[in-house]
Design a protein around this ligand. Structure first.
Ligand code: FDA
Ligand code: PGT
Length: 452
């Protein structure tokens, strides 16, 4: 068997792995990055392709340009189930061509010295004395099995979690995904028959009837092309996603030309708080595999980049102090929690509440502004659900028709605050992780019971 040694092995070149390779390519570390797909299909996975511009600014990532940028987004329109209320949330973003953008990151990293193998799969981890020490790979291009020894191995394998799931269960990074903590999502990209009205705005349609526990979206990729799809909650015994798609596509996307289909496909979207720890001895986990997706809107590309940013910094530091253990990499957790993880945890609770609402309640809540655009935006930006005293009193009067909804919302806001507090007290040392994780899990459990 061929044997090689690297400082860092990155498994998976989706948005998470490619961003990490790109970030680390300006260090002098010896890096190998691999993906099971051929080069020209890196980044080719079912996605709505929408990302907020802020992520690129905050993380120093290059803006998509040329073919990579399909449309500049100016905001999102959020439709109530009965379509009577439309909230417009302004904010700059991009509709990207994911494969082209991700391949550009991989190419630039490669030019700066990161070695890349395509058609290469990590078959199993190498574990020694409780530490990850690399992986056994199989390269389909050369039909070779390769033993890679690496100081740090990064799982960026997406929702398949195909590397970390093969580690011994004593590794905290083996945490599994409950079916109900994921949405099954499907999308098609098609040309439209006519020019799309307001094509710089993404459309999100909230409807428990046509997408239980998720939503329908219509994301224009320019004046004549759109990405249309839906998510439904997993583990609920609902009919298949295709049944929902076929039944409602004409309603939510009446202008598509079904004869001009560009691409179609579905995948799983984790909708929960991140892994309790994204690092352990010799290993880091980023992107979907680390559950870094936003639980309420299902967007995971920006937060995959955040996790890559945090892990890149932690890896650089680990090589400076020559400590590749959980302790040496721990700053990755602190960085990720501060930038996105704590917000995700509180939105995990908000998501559980939203998924239990009926269409009637959502219609009512949006029309009467039990929650307002500002509240939703604030919740989405920081994970805080603010209900100020005077407004609360007013809304009690307004909500007399359905006081239970307002009462529930107050309880939800309290629990969201509680879980955020817990994340502020994330342990400074790996030895206290399990105790902390148990306290988070028990808040979630208690909240589930309150919601019943
Ligand atoms: P990703 O899955 O992209 O990459 C993992 C890579 O690892 C793959 O290339 C795979 O081949 C490789 N791999 C896996 N196992 C391997 C192994 N053992 N060896 C070698 N390679 C291996 N997000 C968003 O921000 N905006 C949006 O509009 C949407 N819309 C959307 C719609 C739909 C239908 C879905 C299903 C999802 C979204 N998302 C989204 C979520 C978003 O697509 C997702 O969060 C990111 O693409 C995740 O990127 P990763 O790099 O983590 O995984
Ligand atoms: C309710 C459960 C939902 C589960 C979701 C699963 C669906 C899977 C489908 C996957 C499609 C992915 C679509 C991705 C859209 C990306 C949207 C986006 O970019 O959002 C921006 C940016 O957010 P960010 O967190 O990435 O970045 C923050 C910041 O810029 C970085 O510093 C923000 O836009 C929004 O927040 C809009 C909010 C969308 C909310 C969606 C639905 C919620 C339903 C609300 C109902 C309210 C009714 C209440 C009544 C009481």
């Amino acid at each position: 068997m061929k044997k090689v040694e690297y400082d860092v092995l990155i498994i998976g070149l989706g948005m998470a792995g490619a961003s990490l390779a790109w970030k680390l390519s300006n260090t002098n570390l010896r890096i190998l990055a691999i993906d099971s797909k051929p080069w020209n299909r890196f980044g080719d996975k079912p996605c709505g392709d929408a990302i907020s511009k802020e992520h690129f600014d905050n993380l120093g990532m290059p803006y998509p340009e040329g073919k990579e940028l399909e449309e500049k987004v100016e905001g999102i329109k959020l439709y109530s189930p009965d379509m009577k209320t439309v909230w417009t949330v302004k904010g700059e973003g991009f509709e990207i061509d994911s494969p082209t953008y991700i391949q550009r990151l991989a190419n630039e990293a490669n030019k700066r010295g990161v070695e890349i193998l395509d058609l290469t799969t990590a078959m199993k981890p190498i574990v020694n004395n409780g530490k990850v020490e690399g992986a056994i790979l199989f390269n389909r291009r050369t039909n070779e099995t390769i033993e890679v020894r690496s100081k740090i191995t990064v799982d960026a394998t997406g929702y398949s979690m195909s590397f970390r799931s093969k580690l011994p269960f004593e590794f905290p990074v083996t945490e599994t995904l409950d079916d109900k903590d994921a949405d099954i999502a499907y999308r098609e990209v098609l040309y439209t028959k006519d020019e799309i009205e307001d094509y710089k705005y993404l459309r999100i349609f909230i409807t428990q009837k046509a997408s239980p526990g998720g939503y329908w979206w219509y994301f224009p990729k320019g004046p004549n092309k759109t990405n249309v799809g839906l998510g439904i909650q997993g583990g609920m015994g609902y009919p298949s996603i295709h049944e929902f798609y076929n039944k409602y596509v004409d309603y939510y996307a009446p202008d598509i030309d079904k004869n001009r289909l560009v691409v179609k496909g579905g995948a799983l979207v984790p909708t929960r708080r991140p892994l309790a720890t994204i690092v352990w001895d010799g290993i880091a986990v980023i992107g979907d595999s680390a559950f870094t997706v936003n639980p309420v809107h299902g967007g995971g590309k920006g937060s995959a980049m955040i996790s890559a940013f945090c892990v890149a910094k932690a890896i650089t530091n680990a090589f400076e102090i020559e400590d590749f253990s959980a302790k040496g990499l721990w700053s990755a957790n602190e960085c990720y929690i501060e930038r996105y993880g704590a917000k995700q945890a509180s939105l995990d609770l908000f998501r559980r509440f939203l998924q239990k609402l009926s269409d009637d309640e959502i219609n009512y809540g949006m029309a009467k502004r039990v929650i307002r655009e500002e509240d939703l935006l604030e919740a989405s930006a920081n994970g805080d659900l603010q209900l100020s005293v005077a407004e609360k009193a007013m809304r009690v009067i307004m909500a007399l028709g359905k006081p239970s909804l307002l009462f529930k919302l107050k309880t939800v806001a309290e629990y969201m605050k509680r879980v955020k507090e817990l994340y502020k007290n994330f342990p400074t040392d790996p030895s206290n992780l399990i105790k902390w994780k148990n306290s988070v899990d028990s808040v979630i459990l208690e909240f589930n019971q309150v919601l019943q």
